[in-house]
Design a protein around this ligand. Structure first.
Ligand code: NAD
Length: 498
C-alpha cells in the first residue's frame, strides 16, 4: 500500500446549527473526492430535510436579536471574522485546492484577498439608511430599511468560499441570518468557515452551515422552506429554474449568479502581447471552471492566425498537475462528471467542424494517476452558432472566432443567451467606449480581464442571472423598504359627514 493510500481521511462529522456542532439526523456521511488523485480525502456529514428545518429554526430565533443589533456591532463582529479569516487564509486555500482541485497559486491569490471583502461588507452594516420624501407640508414621509429575514445561501463547487463570502457578507451586514448549503462536491471549506464564525463570537443561529445534496436533499428543502425569506444562489441556470418552482409557494426573493459564455474581443489595433496574456489566462484559469472566463475569443481577422498560433504556443507552457504542487498552473477538473462533460464538448466541437488546434485529451498515466486532468484546449475556425460557442463548457477550452470590424464584433458578442461579462482589447478610446456600451453584459473589461473587486458590482443580464453581488448594491437584496407617513395635525376628516 503506498503512502497516499495510507493517508487518513479528514473527518468532518458535524453540521453547524444554532451555534453547535451536531451529527446529521439521518447519519449520512459522504466521502469528498480529491480531484487531483481521484481518491477520497475527507468524510463529511451531509444534512437532509430535518437538519435544514433545525437550521432554519435556529436562524429564525436568532433573526430578531441580530436584526435589532446596532449596525456598528454587527460590523465589529464582521471585522473580527475578517481578521481571523486573514490568518486562516493560507490553510483555507490549501483545503479548497484539495477539495476542488483549483491550483494552489490561484486559491492563495483569491482567498488571500477575501478579508478585504469581509471588511467591505462590515463597512456597509450601518449604512442602511432610508430617506425623507417631500410631499405636502402636513405630513412627514420617510423610509426605513429592514433586513428581509432568514436567507438560504446555496453555492457551487468552483469557488466555494468566494460564493459564500459574497452572500454571507451582505446578508449579515444587513441584519439577516443565514443557512449556507455548500455544493456536494466541495463542502469542506464552508465548514471551516463556520469554525471562524464560531471563534469570532457570532451569536448562535446567525450563521448555520449544512452540507448536503441539492435536488431531493438539503438544497431543495432550504428552497421550499416557508420560513426562508430569500435564496441567494450561484450555480447553473437549470438549477435556478428548479429553485423558482420549489420556492413558488412561499413567494421568495432571489438573487441568481448563473452561467456565462463571455466574449473576449481582440481588435487588431490592440497591444497583442497583453491581449494574449489576458485571453489565454482567462480561458484556462480555474481549469476553465468559472462563469466569467473569456471562453469565446473573438479575434479580428488581420490578427486571427497569429492569435491561434500564440494560443497554441502558450497552451504548451501550461503546467497541468496536482492542485497542491507549487509549480502547477492548472489543476484538474473539479469532479469526474465535469471531466466527462468537457471531453464530450471536445467531441462535439470536432463533429461540428471546428479545428482542434491543440489539447482536448484527458491526461493520464504515472504523473496524473486517477486525477481528472485535461489538456488546455484551443479550437480554431469556430462559428458562433456552434454548440462549443453557445453552451457553457466549464472546461479549459478556448473557442477562437474570427470577425471583421466593430459591428460584427458586437453582433457576435451579443448573439448569446448569456450576458455575464465581456472583455475587449483596443488602443482606440472611442472604440472602447462605443463597443462596451453596446455589449449586453453585466460587466465589461477594457484592456484588462476578470478584474473583480468587492467594491464593484458583479452579476449578469439575460440568462446569467438576477441581481448584483459586491459593490454598494450588494446589500439591497437583503433589505426591505418600509414607508412611514405621519400626519403633523393628526386630523382625519369623517368620510361620511356629508
Ligand atoms: P449547480 O447548479 O449544479 O449547483 C449549485 C448548487 O445548487 C449546489 O450547492 C447544489 O447542491 C445546489 N442544487 C442543485 N440542485 C438544487 C435544487 N433542485 N434545489 C436547491 N439546490 C440545488 O451548479 P454547479 O455545477 O455547482 O456550479 C457551476 C455553475 O455555477 C456554472 O453554470 C457556473 O457558470 C455557475 N457559476 C456562476 C457564477 C456567477 O457568479 N455568475 C459563479 C460561479 C459559478
Amino acid at each position: 500500500m503506498n503512502a497516499a493510500r495510507q493517508e487518513a481521511l479528514a473527518e468532518y462529522p458535524h453540521l453547524y446549527i444554532g451555534g453547535a456542532w451536531v451529527a446529521p439526523v439521518a447519519g449520512e456521511v459522504v466521502e469528498s473526492i480529491d480531484p487531483s488523485t481521484g481518491r477520497p480525502w475527507a468524510r463529511v456529514a451531509f444534512g437532509g430535510a430535518a437538519d435544514i428545518d433545525a437550521a432554519v429554526q435556529a436562524a429564525r430565533v436568532a433573526f430578531g436579536p441580530w436584526s435589532r443589533r446596532p449596525g456598528h456591532e454587527r460590523a465589529a463582529l464582521l471585522r473580527r471574522l475578517a481578521d481571523l479569516y486573514e490568518r486562516a487564509a493560507p490553510e483555507l486555500a490549501r483545503l479548497e485546492s484539495r477539495d476542488n482541485g483549483r491550483a494552489l497559486r490561484e486559491t492563495r491569490a483569491d482567498i488571500g484577498g477575501h478579508h478585504n471583502a469581509w471588511h467591505w461588507y462590515a463597512s456597509l452594516a450601518d449604512k442602511g439608511s432610508g430617506r425623507t420624501i417631500p410631499i405636502e407640508d402636513s405630513v412627514l414621509a420617510f423610509t426605513t430599511r429592514k433586513p428581509v429575514g432568514v436567507v438560504g445561501a446555496i453555492t457551487p463547487w468552483n469557488v466555494p468560499l468566494m460564493a459564500a463570502l459574497w452572500k454571507l457578507g451582505p446578508a449579515l451586514a444587513a441584519g439577516c441570518t443565514v443557512v449556507l448549503k455548500p455544493a456536494e462536491h466541495t463542502p469542506v471549506t464552508s465548514l471551516e468557515l463556520a469554525r471562524l464564525f464560531e471563534q469570532a463570537g457570532f451569536p448562535p443561529g446567525v450563521v448555520n452551515v449544512v452540507p448536503g445534496w441539492g435536488a431531493g436533499g438539503a438544497g431543495e428543502r432550504l428552497v421550499a422552506h416557508p420560513d426562508v425569506a430569500k435564496i441567494a444562489f450561484t450555480g447553473e441556470g437549470g438549477t435556478a429554474k428548479a429553485i423558482l418552482h420549489a420556492g413558488a409557494d412561499s413567494l421568495k426573493r432571489y438573487t441568481f449568479e448563473l452561467g456565462g459564455k463571455a466574449p473576449h474581443i481582440l481588435f487588431a489595433d490592440a497591444d497583442f502581447e497583453q491581449a494574449i496574456n489576458a485571453a489565454t489566462g482567462s480561458a484556462w484559469a480555474l481549469c476553465g471552471q468559472s462563469c466569467a472566463l473569456g471562453s469565446r475569443v473573438l479575434v479580428e481577422r488581420p490578427i486571427y492566425e497569429r492569435a491561434v498560433e500564440e494560443f497554441t504556443r502558450r497552451a504548451a507552457r501550461v503546467r497541468v498537475g496536482p492542485a497542491l504542487r507549487e509549480e502547477t498552473h492548472m489543476g484538474p477538473q473539479a469532479h469526474a462528471e465535469q471531466l466527462a462533460k468537457t471531453l464530450g464538448y471536445v467531441e462535439i466541437g470536432r463533429r461540428e467542424g471546428a479545428q482542434l488546434a491543440c489539447g482536448g485529451r484527458r491526461l493520464e498515466g504515472d504523473a496524473y494517476g486517477a486525477g481528472y486532468y485535461v489538456e488546455p484546449t484551443v479550437f480554431a475556425g469556430v462559428g458562433n452558432d456552434m454548440r462549443i460557442a453557445r453552451e457553457e463548457i466549464f472546461g479549459p477550452v478556448a473557442a477562437l472566432i474570427p470577425f471583421d470590424g466593430e459591428d460584427e464584433a458586437v453582433a457576435l458578442a451579443n448573439a448569446s443567451s448569456y450576458g455575464l461579462a465581456a472583455g475587449l482589447w483596443t488602443r482606440d478610446v472611442g472604440r472602447a467606449l462605443r463597443v462596451s456600451s453596446r455589449i449586453e453584459a453585466g460587466m465589461v473589461w477594457v484592456n484588462t480581464y476578470r478584474y473583480i473587486r468587492w467594491s464593484t458590482p458583479y452579476g449578469g443580464v439575460k440568462a446569467s442571472g438576477w441581481g448584483r453581488e459586491n459593490g454598494m448594491e450588494c446589500i439591497e437584496p437583503y433589505l426591505d423598504v418600509q414607508t412611514t407617513i405621519i400626519s403633523k395635525s393628526g386630523r382625519f376628516p369623517d368620510p361620511y359627514a356629508t
